[in-house]
Design a protein around this ligand. Structure first.
Ligand code: DX5
Ligand code: ZN
Length: 218
């Protein structure tokens, strides 16, 4: 796939969410990264179904919903109904990852599996032939604005090698600490969708999104 940036609305001004999303659309993004946190799997609480439903009316972007919640299978249907196009759940949060994969697939949506920095890539291998996307966290999930963990670059490269060797079509997404300096690092290791929150939202969302999009294609 053509590498791209997925803006994470976690860092957007929620009072101007519609305008913020429009600005990223004008810059040319196709994915919107939507972070759902439950205060249990991660310390923070973000937002849930009503917010997703509401922004769904305003845009046709691909909603890449990142569930940082325990027991994700409980909410698959709710997020599908809210307008998710793809649902990514955490391997560490699922008692039965295959059941979650099947529930998402059964609803006709793209399946993403995410691993935290402390979870080795090998833990995802049993599921690699059943998912559409592997989300490698490059920070501890829970908050925007953290620093990219350098040791994750090797994990991205390892996943890239595996996907190429096995001739799979799994997309590698990375999330956390992505900005102008880390885009080339994550891209160089083989990431294809790069999530960026604090590097994009704020003033000149359109311009910053545009610059990252150009950088990611280099
Ligand atoms: C963190 C979230 C990220 C976050 C990234 O738990 O999953 O998507 O918004 O924020 P930045 O780009 O600021 O690191
Ligand atoms: Zn995320």
């Amino acid at each position: 796939m053509i590498p791209t940036i997925a803006p994470s609305i976690l860092s957007a001004d929620f009072g101007r969410l519609k305008e913020e999303i429009r600005a990223t659309e004008r810059a040319g993004v196709t994915y919107l990264h939507v972070d759902v946190m439950d205060g249990v799997f991660v310390p923070s609480i973000s937002f849930g179904m009503p917010v997703i439903k509401s922004i769904r009316k305003d845009t046709d972007l691909f909603f890449d919903v990142h569930l940082m919640i325990i027991d994700p299978i409980r909410y698959v249907d709710d997020f599908v109904k809210s307008g998710a196009d793809g649902i990514t759940f955490h391997l560490e949060a699922a008692e039965d990852p295959l059941a979650v994969i099947n529930a998402i697939r059964g609803a006709g949506k793209k399946v993403g599996l995410s691993i935290k920095p402390g979870t080795p890539f090998e833990a995802a291998i049993p599921y690699m032939d059943r998912i559409d996307m592997l989300l490698i966290m490059t920070v501890e999930p829970g908050f925007g604005g953290q620093k990219y963990i350098d040791a994750m670059t090797d994990k991205i490269a390892e996943a890239r090698r595996y996907i190429d060797e096995q001739d799979l079509s799994v997309i590698i997404e990375v999330d956390g600490g992505i900005h102008e300096n880390t885009v080339p690092i994550a891209r160089g290791a083989g990431a294809e969708i790069l999530v960026a929150g604090s590097a994009i939202f704020g003033d000149d969302t359109e311009g910053k999104t545009r610059r990252l999009l150009e950088l990611v294609k280099e």
